[in-house]
Design a protein around this ligand. Structure first.
Ligand SMILES: *[C@@H]1O[C@H](CO)[C@@H](O)[C@H](O)[C@H]1NC(C)=O
Ligand SMILES: *[C@@H]1O[C@H](CO)[C@@H](O)[C@H](O)[C@H]1NC(C)=O
Ligand SMILES: *[C@@H]1O[C@H](CO)[C@@H](O)[C@H](O)[C@H]1NC(C)=O
Ligand SMILES: *[C@@H]1O[C@H](CO)[C@@H](O)[C@H](O)[C@H]1NC(C)=O
Length: 367
């Protein structure tokens, strides 16, 4: 009895912390998607081949809820149709032997699904997908979803479609080289957290955020437009902290780093830098002016300040060192993405197909 009481007392004393930890997707998970528990407590299922379907395939593994998925194989799974995830799933790409795993050729979809964790996984759609209305990853109308250390590439409609998505995080990921509409991510509803991602060579939507949003410690390179709200009718709050916007060869107007920020938006922008001179050196200036939006004097979301623990310049160094899927050294595509960023203004192109990158395997690179 005495023990029970003191245990309860101890529990109450630390309750705020245990509550947060118990809910977290994984150690180090941050933002609104960190509430996801995925299939962590579910059945462990191993992916044992790279087939599109059938026993041992990823498609088979994700076909049932409450699964914690590990990989015995590495390499690309070439999809022949979109891969539709079930709810309550964890995909542990970091369990694959080096150099890790990914899909190529079709959309990965969590549309309408909830409670999903995806880590260290590559999603490279490309023009093997005949459907121009699909994206590299679709979480439209989904909820409680976290993507960490993923590599998204060659998205056709959007790279990440999150229209109608609730409680999402994308962190430590590479979101690069969209080829169709040439867009990064489209969020509506939210709330959404974008934390420490590298966004590379897109026309716009990095992200398009019609949502209450945390946008913290990101690097956006070779953009035509970057953070945008697109003059929506909706009113949202945005914490935009310590990001680095870096112009590249495709950047026609560097001041479009904040784009279509209308008067309905409330924005706390602080510690953001803009390097507009394309001179191979990281030498930007602080730039926190967000168009017609209402400037807040403090964060709208209390966790934002603690998350913004790198300066924009330190975020640049950290992201080029560690972002993306799989163990280091990076795979061919991510190496090319990061080399492009490191040119700091002199290289980069907004592509219309993965082939035009000139990388092996018709531009998908070899795993
Ligand atoms: C299963 O995979 C094989 C090999 O990729 C493919 O030919 C077949 O169409 C797939 N089946 C379905 C139902 O998609
Ligand atoms: C996959 O890996 C797990 C864990 O190491 C192992 O228990 C299982 O036998 C492996 N499956 C195959 C088919 O290799
Ligand atoms: C979103 O997360 C909050 C906790 O932060 C939770 O109360 C809410 O129910 C979640 N929304 C959905 C749709 O699960
Ligand atoms: C910065 O915040 C992240 C996310 O909470 C945390 O993992 C990291 O340890 C923090 N770093 C420092 C130097 O505080």
């Amino acid at each position: 009895m005495f023990q029970t009481v003191s245990f309860l007392t101890a529990l109450m004393a630390v309750a705020p912390f245990t509550a947060v930890l118990a809910q977290n997707a994984f150690s180090g998970a941050v933002g609104f998607g960190a509430v996801a528990t995925g299939g962590n407590a579910g059945t462990i299922v191993y992916v044992t081949n790279l087939n599109d379907n059938g026993t041992g395939s990823l498609r088979d593994a994700v076909s049932t809820s409450n699964r914690n998925i590990y990989f015995n194989v590495s390499g690309y799974i070439e999809l022949v149709s979109a891969l539709s995830l079930s709810s309550d799933i964890t995909i542990n790409g970091q369990s694959a032997p080096d150099p890790g795993v990914g899909i190529m050729g079709r959309e990965v979809s969590a549309s309408g699904k909830s409670n999903i964790i995806i880590r260290n996984f590559r999603m490279r759609q490309g023009n093997l997908d005949p459907d121009s209305k699909k994206s590299a990853f679709n979480m439209g109308k989904g909820s409680n979803i976290i993507l960490d250390h993923c590599s998204f590439g060659y998205g056709v409609y959007d790279t990440i479609d999150a229209v109608g998505a609730v409680n999402i995080t994308v962190s430590n990921s590479i979101i690069a080289f969209p080829i169709g509409q040439q867009f990064g991510a489209h969020v509506e509803t939210g709330p959404a957290t974008f934390y420490r991602n590298l966004w590379v060579s897109a026309h716009n939507r990095q992200p398009l955020s019609k949502s209450n949003t945390q946008f913290i410690n990101n690097v956006i390179y070779n953009y035509q437009a970057a953070y945008t709200v697109a003059n929506t009718g909706g009113s949202f709050s945005h914490d935009i902290l310590n990001n680095y916007f870096i112009a590249g060869p495709s950047t026609t107007k560097a001041s479009n780093e904040y784009y279509q920020m209308d008067a309905g938006q409330s924005v706390y922008a602080s510690g953001n830098y803009l390097d507009s001179n394309k001179d191979s050196t990281l030498n930007g200036v602080e730039e926190n002016s967000v168009g017609s939006s209402v400037a807040l004097s403090a964060v709208w979301e209390s966790t934002s300040t603690g998350l913004a623990n790198l300066t924009a310049a330190d975020a640049y160094a950290a992201l080029v060192a560690t972002d993306g899927a799989g163990a280091l050294p990076r795979d061919e595509v991510d190496t090319f993405v990061v080399t492009t960023v490191q040119s700091l203004g002199t290289s980069g192109k907004i592509y219309t197909s993965q082939s035009s990158t000139g990388l092996t395997n018709d531009g998908y690179g070899t795993l």
